[in-house]
Design a protein around this ligand. Structure first.
Ligand SMILES: Cc1cc2nc3c(=O)[nH]c(=O)nc-3n(C[C@H](O)[C@H](O)[C@H](O)COP(=O)(O)OP(=O)(O)OC[C@H]3O[C@@H](n4cnc5c(N)ncnc54)[C@H](O)[C@@H]3O)c2cc1C
Ligand SMILES: *[C@@H]1O[C@H](CO)[C@@H](O)[C@H](O)[C@H]1NC(C)=O
Ligand SMILES: *[C@@H]1O[C@H](CO)[C@@H](O)[C@H](O)[C@H]1NC(C)=O
Ligand SMILES: *[C@@H]1O[C@H](CO)[C@@H](O)[C@H](O)[C@H]1NC(C)=O
Ligand SMILES: *[C@@H]1O[C@H](CO)[C@@H](O)[C@H](O)[C@H]1NC(C)=O
Ligand SMILES: *[C@@H]1O[C@H](CO)[C@@H](O)[C@H](O)[C@H]1NC(C)=O
Length: 662
């Protein structure tokens, strides 16, 4: 293949200083002939006791880099793509002192021809960003297309639709709220905002290695988008190169797996597999796995690295405890096996220390467990049939019973509304029969009966003989709220201690929170730390998770549509100071409290302590060791205190700006 590329003159003398290739041209063109994808099929067939997935057998090796060096069409640019430890890279190591990551329009932003060659080396996988909402506007991407726009708007509550776009994200606030898909676009415009400049549709490991080398050498901001679920905007980044892992969908069931620290049934999952796809594969093979409540969340990306709170936690602990090994490409461009036996420090950090920090995971191997019975239930308590006094009497009994329920392995997800209402939607009782479940909850429902408290939706129960059936009949059918652009979520992990030593104060705060007009989503959620079913808990999952019994998610007051940054800032301040602070005060980190880093407010003060507890120093050291130059940055991730996104006045920390050293 021969292609012709035109480009205009860049800041060429500066490139010379960096030892980077100089494109000797002033509105001229070059002919790039026969540039092959920079990938080779390796002879290695397995790692950590499991076969390499097909995406993992295609790699960037030293031989391939040598080919880039010797090939006439690419030799001039080879330094951009070489490994950290390669001789070609030597002269480029000086450049990392720049105070900001290179931004489009900067003098040292790679010239058009470099991107063209990069794309050819990737095997044509580079996608210049076109915002999902572009058809709703007249913009640089074309004229407004009302029909197309309507289609997009009507699909914005469909999580799969957003995941399937290379750059779209679930929470527009962090993109800077430009180019939002809306039929009413008055007063707003379509710019690229916090979306990355380019995304790579990743199909193999070689592309990840090449992108990491390129980002490291050219000092580009690098982000990873799996689904775009992140509540803090970690999968966005203005001016960035993004690795879109969505299409890495391989799932291998390994019934007789023997690996480091574990023998038994296991699943190996590519980086792009979603929670629902994992649950489906487990059901098909007659096993049970641990994962998120929301089916559209990615499995091997943000969820597993953040810890993975899950409905089976009462028996098995956190999802991350059940990881056996990872394959990951680190900042030096090398693919590594990470397990108890290989790179054990990284193995510790990747299970709980957060996504987008230590490298790009290409697959994960997880333990699979026997099929189990689950009882699910739902009910609603409110004041349609009870007076306020009776309502609160019943709520008090509900919390009096709280620990008894979590001690029996029960998990729940309920909302307390200020109306007032307690909507149990749903209760999830793993490894219970109807009989054993009813025995656990009898004191509560007997109490309601004795006191003539009547539920507005009666208590209904269903017995299932598999996790999947139970999941499908509960959250598996939910459409979780997404695309909210006027409110910020936040959470608190409340330890057992609060229900033992500080129960009266804790209950009073629950009552006060709701009585003053706020809502929360509450969970019975006490990840097990002992017993025959826990796996490997020597990992970086926040120490707070080991003490939690009650998980609470709330959010800022909603602003009007098209809220101004000033308005958002006021809501965010109110969230931090009025809504969250009482919860921090009553469950401080020093007493076992904390915050789940995956469902948190991006403006959380003292995030190092509340997200990572006492593990932060050790995580920082591991970050320094594997990524000394901060190739990876994500807001509130380990090491991120060295950087800031200069986003101007957005009302909260967005990804709509240059990334610079603090
Ligand atoms: C409606 C909803 C429900 C949720 N329910 C749960 C729940 O029940 N339990 C739970 O634990 N969490 C839950 N979460 C939180 C969820 O785990 C996080 O949002 C998580 O970050 C999503 O990961 P992702 O890979 O899908 O998202 P993305 O936004 O694509 O990525 C999030 C982060 O992970 C990093 N990342 C992605 N892929 C990789 C990779 N291959 N290698 C390294 N880093 C990577 C990214 O850099 C980014 O920092 C929920 C979130 C939402 C919005
Ligand atoms: C989006 O919504 C429209 C209409 O509701 C539907 O016909 C279409 O198939 C959906 N999907 C996509 C990808 O546009
Ligand atoms: C909770 O369970 C314990 C032990 O079974 C029991 O003694 C206690 O009475 C229960 N609590 C309530 C409020 O019923
Ligand atoms: C489920 O319950 C049975 C009977 O009580 C018990 O033997 C088994 O260990 C439990 N399994 C899990 C995974 O908790
Ligand atoms: C509940 O209602 C019954 C029948 O109406 C009544 O006899 C009983 O006293 C009531 N009990 C309470 C605690 O209110
Ligand atoms: C938030 O909502 C509550 C309850 O409606 C109200 O009392 C409070 O004034 C609001 N605060 C802000 C900053 O919006």
């Amino acid at each position: 293949m021969a292609i012709t590329i035109s480009f205009s003159r860049g800041a060429i003398s500066a490139l010379l200083l960096l030892g980077l290739p100089i494109v000797n041209a002033q509105s001229s063109s070059v002919v790039v002939a026969d540039v092959e994808p920079a990938a080779t099929a390796v002879s290695q067939t397995e790692a950590a006791g499991a076969p390499l997935q097909s995406a993992e057998t295609l790699q960037l090796t030293d031989e391939v880099v040598d080919r880039i060096v010797s090939d006439e069409a690419t030799s001039e640019y080879a330094a951009y793509f070489a490994f950290e430890d390669s001789a070609v890279s030597d002269e480029n190591r000086r450049r990392t002192t720049q105070s900001c990551k290179t931004f489009p329009g900067d003098w040292n932003w790679p010239a058009g021809i470099v991107w063209e060659i990069f794309d050819l080396l990737l095997g044509k996988a580079l996608i210049p960003t076109k915002p999902l909402g572009a058809p709703c506007y007249d913009s640089q991407w074309g004229k407004k297309d009302t029909a197309k726009c309507a289609n997009i708007v009507s699909n914005m509550t469909n999580a799969n639709f957003i995941s399937a776009d290379p750059t779209a994200n679930y929470w527009p606030i962090f993109q800077g709220r430009t180019c939002q898909p809306k039929s009413d676009t008055a007063g707003s415009k379509c710019t690229i905002g916090g979306y990355p400049e380019y995304a790579i549709s990743v199909r193999n490991v070689a592309q990840i290695q090449l992108a990491i080398n390129f980002a490291r050498v050219a000092n580009l901001r690098l982000v990873i988008k799996n689904t775009g679920h992140c509540y803090l905007g970690k999968s966005l980044g203005a001016g960035a190169l993004s690795l879109w892992t969505h299409n890495m969908k391989d799932i291998d069931f390994l019934p007789n797996y023997k690996g480091p620290g574990y023998s038994g049934p296991a699943l190996k999952l590519g980086a792009g597999v979603s929670v629902r796809e994992v649950y489906e594969a487990a059901e098909k093979n007659g096993v049970t796995v641990l994962g998120a409540v929301s089916w559209s969340v990615g499995y091997a990306g943000g969820m597993i690295t953040g810890g993975g709170q899950n409905p089976l936690a009462g028996i098995y602990g956190m999802a991350a405890d059940h990881v056996v090994a990872f394959q990951i490409v680190t900042a030096d461009g090398r693919l590594r096996t990470v397990s108890e036996d290989e790179n054990p420090d990284l193995f510790w950090a990747l299970r709980g220390g957060g996504g987008g920090t230590f490298g790009v995971i290409t697959s994960v191997i997880i333990r699979a467990h026997p099929k189990m019975n689950v009882v699910t239930a739902k009910w609603v308590l409110d004041t349609s049939n009870n007076n306020l006094e009776k309502y609160w009497m019943a709520v008090r009994k509900f919390y009096d019973e709280f620990l008894n329920w979590t001690d029996e392995g029960l998990y729940s997800f309920y909302i307390m509304w200020p109306t007032p209402q307690l909507s149990m939607n749903y209760m999830f009782a793993p490894n219970h029969t109807l009989e054993s479940y009813n025995k656990v909850v009898a004191p509560f429902f007997d109490f309601l009966k004795e006191n003539n408290v009547s539920l507005s939706t009666p208590h209904t129960t269903t017995a299932h003989n598999s996790f999947y059936s139970a999941y499908q009949s509960t959250w598996g059918g939910n459409n979780f709220p997404i695309g909210v652009d006027n409110s910020i979520p936040a959470n608190r992990l409340v330890p057992r201690r609060n229900f033992v030593e500080k129960y009266e104060e804790t209950y009073a705060l629950i009552k006060e929170h709701v009585s003053s007009g706020k809502h929360f989503l509450g969970y019975h959620n006490a990840p097990s730390n002992a017993g025959p079913h826990i796996a490997n808990q020597d990992n970086a999952v926040s120490p707070a998770w080991r003490e939690t019994v009650f998980f609470l998610v709330t959010s800022s007051n909603r602003s009007e549509p098209h809220a101004t940054p000033k308005d958002l800032a006021a809501r965010s301040k109110h969230l931090q100071e009025e809504i969250l602070q009482p919860w921090r005060d009553i469950s401080p980190v020093s007493e076992g409290g904390g915050t789940y880093l995956n469902e948190a407010a991006v403006d959380e003060a003292d995030w190092q302590e509340s997200f990572y507890g006492g593990y932060y120093p050790r995580l920082s050291e591991i970050k320094r060791k594997y990524d000394p130059n901060d190739v990876f940055y994500a807001v509130t991730a380990v090491g991120s205190e060295r950087w800031q996104v200069l986003d101007g006045e957005q009302g909260t920390q967005t990804q709509n700006g240059k990334l610079c050293r603090v």
